[in-house]
Design a protein around this ligand. Structure first.
Ligand SMILES: Cc1cc2nc3c(=O)[nH]c(=O)nc-3n(C[C@H](O)[C@H](O)[C@H](O)COP(=O)(O)OP(=O)(O)OC[C@H]3O[C@@H](n4cnc5c(N)ncnc54)[C@H](O)[C@@H]3O)c2cc1C
Length: 498
């Protein structure tokens, strides 16, 4: 059921078994998973069905570290959340991403890939992806009549990504949730704070407000924060009536370890010395096994271990005629859906290589409350994104490996600003708009905010999910992984509630 909360009266109290805050990729996936269960579920969504400037303005905040995209531009605050403009690139984390890597401080998840794998497979159809197979890039290339690059696998390897159409979760699942008997979505409902008992160990209700409308409460047995990687910690920090530092923040970790992918786009420009090269497997999505796929390059585990590097990936983009329909809306401002372009046979003279790199978890990068206020009088966010010299050196080596490979294959000469000036981030360096790490998962409240079930330590009925719980982010895009975690949490809550 969909409910316009502006029609409620001030003081109204909604009661539910589970209250989910946010109807983006996470909130909607959890709602679908709980549809037709015995649970009464209320999803509270700040926006309506369309972009509205005043609602979007609630996302404003300041950068106090490295400047990057304005906070109200790199996420969207209405039904469907940021999937209303995401680019749809998908790949699961690798087993390696969950492990402790002794050369990377604060690395390692408390869970292993095996615990996520069944949910990753279930996530594929939710995101409009084909068969769950990320291992057969050579085989798929053969079936498509397209070759993978002859890489030296001790340096770089070919791997596969899936391309979502991209699924816009709002329009895609609006009807299913409208028809639901047990899941109600409350639109125009801004959660201002969570109220708890005196010891801040149990959430009693959420305070909700509509712009120019009523204020109401929701009481639930369990609460789930699904408001995105920046807003999840903000809501916890704003919930400070019983716990002055914010709910679940007795160790000061809520908002710490803010992290995002480091992008250099482009990182290299390769002037091709041959005209017979075909990069179409990399530069556009191809339909196979009920979905769309394309190839990227990354470093093998051994190399990152040997050279003590974080993970990174390279996407290829053609210049010239084929560049008209590139994959990679992820790198554009308002990502339109990439189309499968007709094949163009004209040879290219250049290709560009874009790099996305895993950052090193850093407790000095954070999000916190500022003294500025939004239109409800709530404190806005300050975000300190940091990049370090260690990451610059990591990026330099990654780009060098890629340039060396193009040279070794005899494909042409690579120009990369970071190789010319190793002490400077190139002008094309930016962040990935993947807000992660601010409520990290751990086995101990000394080192994390949520446990392996995404439950906030010390609060018995508050859960957080989304990329804010990722302690490490590998090189891959977050959404497939965070939706899988959301489905896992939905199962956990269903089990807890029986
Ligand atoms: C331009 C761009 C391109 C991207 N491309 C990719 C890609 O190719 N691949 C990939 O994996 N990821 C990509 N992403 C990231 C992807 O969009 C996010 O990972 C995903 O949307 C996160 O889902 P979420 O549900 O956690 O948050 P969101 O989708 O942001 O949803 C959060 C929801 O919570 C609501 N909300 C917030 N605060 C409150 C509140 N106080 N009360 C009530 N509701 C609230 C919001 O209105 C919103 O609907 C991209 C992001 C951007 C910006």
């Amino acid at each position: 059921m969909l409910i316009d909360a502006r029609d409620l009266t001030t003081g109204h109290v909604v009661e539910a078994d589970i209250c989910i805050i946010g109807a983006g990729a996470v909130g909607i996936s959890m709602g679908l998973e709980m549809n037709r269960s015995d649970l009464k579920v209320a999803i509270l969504e700040s926006g309506g069905f369309e972009y509205e400037p005043r609602t979007q303005s609630l996302y404003k905040g300041d950068h106090v570290g490295r400047d990057t995209y304005p906070l109200e531009r790199n996420r969207l605050r209405y039904f469907g959340g940021t999937t209303n403009h995401w680019a749809g690139h998908c790949r699961p984390f690798d087993e390696f991403d969950f492990s402790v890597r002794e050369w990377i401080p604060h690395s390692g998840w408390p869970i292993k890939i095996e615990e996520l794998e069944p949910y990753l497979e279930r996530t594929q159809p939710v995101m409009g992806l084909g068969k769950y197979d990320y291992d057969s890039v050579e085989e798929y290339g053969r079936q498509l009549g397209l070759e993978t690059l002859p890489l030296d696998s001790s340096r770089l390897i070919n791997v596969m990504k899936h391309q979502s159409p991209p699924t816009r979760f709002g329009p895609a699942y609006r009807e299913e949730l409208t028809q639901s008997k047990n899941v109600s979505v409350y639109l125009y409902s801004n959660v201002l704070e969570l109220l708890s008992n005196e010891s801040a160990s149990h959430v009693t209700n959420a305070e909700v407000a509509c712009i120019d409308g009523p204020r109401y409460k929701i009481k639930a047995k369990n609460f789930v924060l699904a408001a995105g990687g920046l807003e999840n910690p903000r809501i916890m920090l704003l919930s400070n009536k019983s716990a002055p530092n914010g709910l679940g923040n007795s160790h000061g970790l809520v908002g710490r370890f803010y992290t995002d992918h480091i992008l250099i786009r482009p990182a290299l420009d390769v002037s091709l010395s041959r005209t017979d090269l075909d990069f179409r497997l990399y530069t556009r999505p191809h339909r196979i096994n009920g979905g769309l796929i394309f190839a990227i390059m990354t470093a093998p585990e051994d190399l990152t271990r040997r050279e003590k590097l974080t993970r990174f990936r390279f996407h290829l983009y053609e210049l010239g005629p084929r560049y008209e329909s590139p994959i990679g809306g992820v790198f554009s401002e308002l990502d339109g859906a990439p189309e499968v372009a007709p094949l163009v046979t004209k040879p290219d003279t250049h290709i560009q290589v874009h790099m996305a790199m895993e950052p090193i978890p850093n407790p000095d990068a954070f999000v916190r409350l500022s003294d500025k206020r939004d239109l409800f009088g709530q404190r806005r966010l300050e975000v300190k994104w940091q990049v370090t010299d260690a990451e610059l050196a990591n990026a330099h080596r990654a780009v060098e490996l890629c340039a060396l490979e193009f040279g070794r294959m005899g494909y042409g000469r690579a120009y990369a600003p970071i190789l010319a000036k190793p002490d400077e981030w190139p002008a094309t360096f930016t962040s990935g708009k993947h807000h992660c790490g601010t409520t990290r998962m751990s086995d101990s409240p000394q080192t994390g905010v949520v446990d392996r079930n995404c439950k906030v330590f010390d609060v018995d009925n508050l859960y957080v999910t989304g990329s804010s719980v990722f302690p490490n982010i590998g090189h891959t895009n977050p959404t497939l992984n965070l939706v899988a975690l959301a489905l896992r949490l939905a199962d956990h809550l269903k089990e807890k509630s029986t």
